[in-house]
Design a protein around this ligand. Structure first.
Ligand code: F6R
Length: 596
């Protein structure tokens, strides 16, 4: 996730671009850059926040330009990897948000033709590709280039030979156009425009736009004009930063179909997960903290189920000080931030024990990715809400990809079964969207049970760690005391705590544990505690045993945790909202825990 802005008008572009860009800093702040067409093409960029770039800028003349704030996806944060990228002749500058899937192939081809590459980014291949088509018409060159590109993009491009014009395009990454008198804008998101105009045009996939001071013309990639009426935005600036959602957490919950899609992009067909080394291991150890630890625990079941490899999960803070046996498992470290002190300590400990380490991480260039031998990035984008949501489900997606690769490499997974699982993996964004479409039903349940003092969560097998994650979400944002148990454990003690005032959320989907779950729900019924069942759509039995049901779509059991998690996130969110809690910044918590 990055932020881009563009301006074509009659005022000086520099101040407008920087000011608008700051409204997008929530989308990333690894590095920032600006290109203004005035006296030739002037490009400045640097690592770090926009303020850092601003502090070193001379006064730039020119009324056309673009700017970018980066959330790294290919190549660590650095000045050279910062956008905009410039072609060999120094005429064209381009900023991009998204992922060019076939960038390596394009780069090799363009290098052969003599293009000189300076950065490690996927984006740079695009600016050289535009250059290779450029004959004085930027719009035509961008159109030809995009026909050769696979992947997701929102772009802005300018040429020193065509002052007064900004060309934009989008496919699967957001881009909006703003229209004012004598000026036009483009941006990744509405907040960047609101200071200047409330008239916006939303661009659709595979569309291009040409901005000039006189207006914005949208066409499809074939060059056919698209007729689109501007819409008037009535949001305040603060509303707009949250995309119209009340909290970042809710926005991030709703971003999950896109986050899963991005994480899968270009990786499913040949399971290209950073070409890592999965040979020669007899077992896997998954290590992490908090929510990431719940993904690690789910990973144990996922790896065993799909790849048939023995796996175990351990809290990073415990692993660091344990005395492991002599064998050397592959150690997978999971972390959203890549900066969690305990997880970093565990990575060092794993290396000290002679183990190979693989990170699953959301932040490019973070400390963990530098410590680990290899990294698979989740591509959830910047997560602002302190409670992890989209980064957790994309960690699960990373684990599915690893499990499939591992299963095929070890010969424990047949091609046919792998193809079936891959198809289901690709369907996960749709399954999640199905839950989001029913958010109002889950909200009603959360409001019904949100006054409880204690809530229990139970599940079995891979849904046991998901119950733990559901309970953690509820605890941290609503401050309701929540406990998660493997359902079979209730009778070994915790049943003593159940009363008619203790709701129990039970994951009872149609899998090999279903019958046992029903018995466990019976034990709860006998204590008079109300039960919310999370069940498989179409199950006519479950409603007879529970007070309320949250339905999830039918999937192979190993994939069910994804929609179940999303349902639990919504339940926690709405319980917390009803109680008036500060959802994005819960008391006593921080987004990144860099102390032991
Ligand atoms: C809970 C949450 C935390 C983190 C934990 C590890 O919602 O976000 O429990 O999961 O602090 O953080 P990372 O994943 O950055 O290592």
């Amino acid at each position: 996730m990055c932020g881009i802005v563009g301006y074509a008008g009659r005022r000086r572009a520099m101040g407008i671009l920087l000011d608008s860009l700051k409204r997008l800093e929530y989308r990333g702040y690894d590095s920032a850059g600006i290109a203004v067409v005035g006296n030739g093409l002037q490009v400045y960029k640097d690592k770090g926040f926009i303020a850092n770039l601003e502090a070193q800028l001379p006064s730039l003349e020119g009324t056309t330009g673009l700017a970018h704030t980066r959330w790294a996806t290919h190549g660590p944060p650095s000045k050279v990897n910062a956008h905009p990228h410039v072609d060999c002749a120094g005429r064209i500058a381009l900023a991009h948000n998204g992922i060019i899937e076939n960038f390596a192939e394009l780069r090799d081809r363009l290098k052969e033709k003599g293009h000189a590459f300076r950065s490690e980014t996927d984006t740079e291949s695009l600016v050289h590709l535009v250059e290779s088509h450029y004959e004085g018409d930027l719009e035509a060159a961008v159109r030809s280039a995009l026909r050769e590109v696979r992947g997701s993009y929102a772009i802005a491009a300018v040429s020193s030979e065509e002052p007064g014009i900004v060309v934009g395009a989008r496919n699967e990454s957001p881009l909006v156009v703003g229209v004012g008198p004598d000026e036009t804008f483009l941006a990744s998101d509405v907040p960047a425009l609101l200071k200047h105009t409330d008239k916006v045009l939303y661009m659709m996939d595979r569309e291009m736009v040409v901005l000039t001071p006189d207006g914005a013309v949208i066409k499809d990639l074939e060059g056919r004009p698209v007729d689109r009426e501007p819409q008037r935005i009535t949001w305040t600036l603060e509303d707009a930063e949250k995309g119209g959602f009340e909290h970042f957490m809710l926005k991030e919950i709703f971003e999950q179909p896109a986050a899963i899609h991005e994480t899968l992009l270009g990786r499913v067909a040949n399971l290209d997960v950073n070409g890592f080394f999965l040979d020669g291991f007899t077992s896997v150890k998954l290590v992490a903290c908090g929510t990431s630890y719940h993904a690690a625990l789910a990973g144990k079941y996922i790896l065993e189920e799909i790849a048939g490899v023995p796996a175990s999960a351990e809290l990073a803070s415990e692993y660091r000080y344990s005395h492991g046996p002599q064998e050397r498992p592959l150690v997978i470290l999971l972390s959203q931030s890549g900066e969690t002190a305990d997880t970093l300590g565990a990575a060092r400990e794993a290396k000290r024990r002679g183990c190979k380490t693989l990170a699953i991480c959301n932040v490019i260039g973070s400390s963990l990715t530098r410590e680990a031998d290899k990294t698979i990035y989740t591509r959830a984008g910047l997560e602002i809400g302190v409670a992890a949501t989209k980064t957790f489900v994309t960690q699960l997606v990373g684990l599915y990809l690893i499990a499939l690769r591992l299963g095929l490499d070890r010969g424990t997974l047949g091609d046919e079964e792998a193809d079936r699982l891959k198809d289901e993996l690709r369907s996960l964004p749709r399954a999640v969207q199905g839950i989001l479409n029913r958010a109002d039903d889950i909200r009603a349940l959360a409001e019904k049970y949100g006054d409880a003092r204690d809530i229990f969560y139970i599940g079995r097998h891979v849904n046991y760690p998901i119950a733990m994650e559901g309970a953690l979400k509820l605890k941290e944002i609503s401050y309701i005391h929540a406990e998660a148990y493997a359902a079979g454990e209730l009778k070994h003690g915790p049943l003593a705590l159940l009363t008619p005032q203790t709701p129990v959320l039970a994951v009872a989907v149609r899998d090999h544990t279903y019958e046992k779950m029903r018995s466990n729900i019976g034990e709860v019924n006998a204590r008079g505690s109300p039960v919310v069942g999370v069940g498989t759509e179409g199950d006519r039995e479950l409603p007879k045993f529970v007070d309320d049901v949250i339905w999830v779509p039918e999937l192979s059991p190993v994939f069910v945790p994804v929609p179940v998690t999303v349902a639990m996130q919504l339940f926690a969110y709405h319980a917390a909202r009803k109680r008036g809690c500060p959802i994005d910044k819960p008391r006593n918590l921080a987004k990144s825990v860099t102390v032991e």
